[in-house]
Ligand binder design. Sequence first.
Ligand code: NAD
Length: 346
Amino acid sequence: MIQVGINGYGTIGKRVADAVAKQPDMEVLGVAKTRPNFEASGAIEKGFDLYAAIEERKPRFEEAGIDIAGDVEELVEASDIIVDACPSGIGADNAEMYQEYETPALLQGGEDADVVDSSFNARANYDTVEGDDLVRVVSCNTTGLSRLIAPLREEYGVEKVRATLVRRGGDPAQTDRGPINDILPNPVTLPSHHGPDVNTIFPDLAIDTLGLKVPATLMHMHSINVTLESEADAEEVRDLLDQQDRTFVIPEWLGLDGAGAIKELAQDAGRPRADIWENCIWGESITVEDNDLYLFQAIHQESDVVPENIDAIRAVLGTESQEASIETTNEAMGLDGSLAPTRQAE
Ligand code: NAD
């Protein structure tokens, strides 16, 4: 069993911990937190050992009656691999500690690409990270774009990607984020930083991205135009995307007219935390004009990177092939087409 330590137990960390616990070849050795709160007590209730991320704050856990198993350094030393899901920038600060204990670590998309040895997306570059010390699982938006671009490149070739990313202002629990009543070009300068981030996965891809922020917490929405290198038919593209493991092509009859309805579907389907691990691509939006492909996709920012973290663990440690890992991850998590009832019935 691969012993996984998770440093930073917030939005991403707690989801990764749950996903690790479901895998047949991994165990959660422990999770590290900076302060006692509902997530700390939730970790204890799930049976995860809790480690103090900041030594001086240990008394706070004791005062709250929460048992601490040790300091984060002990967790790092004992783990086969660390998933660092601390807020942006802190993962980079922690990198020295991981290197000191010679424990490979996965950082998240909020970290700069130049802090790590490599950037990772399971569909696009699984085989390139084995043996690396520090690997970055790319952001929610870059993950969503990479999953879409990889099969299109293989099947048709891609001349240029142009993507407009309408981003949620914050996650539901982020009370300090916004806007609450505005529509922001963000960043206002073009192109946005997202394109170069996609280039950490596909270095030679021509891509321009534009970003906006809107008063929503549910999901991001991507408006996509891909100029393909060869002729394509909308129906064929739809089939290609439908066949991928982590893209859900929304059939028209489901009546999902936006991110709110997708979240409702995820709740009805019994998904944990109403998570949607797949790209959600509106089938009717898939259109081809000459060599230009257009579509809309929604990305659940809080969860699409979770299966990617699980695959990155196996990819870095070299324990499974790409295909076997993706299959195991999906099966263990329940990422099985259950959002697409037609596919189940087939
Ligand atoms: P979060 O704020 O929800 O969780 C971070 C957790 O780390 C919190 O519990 C915080 O208390 C804890 N923490 C702070 N300092 C720490 C330290 N020194 N040691 C250990 N723990 C510490 O953040 P998040 O949304 O889970 O984001 C984590 C990373 O994942 C960031 O790089 C972010 O960019 C990336 N990411 C976030 C999203 C998203 O939409 N939430 C999506 C993809 C990637």
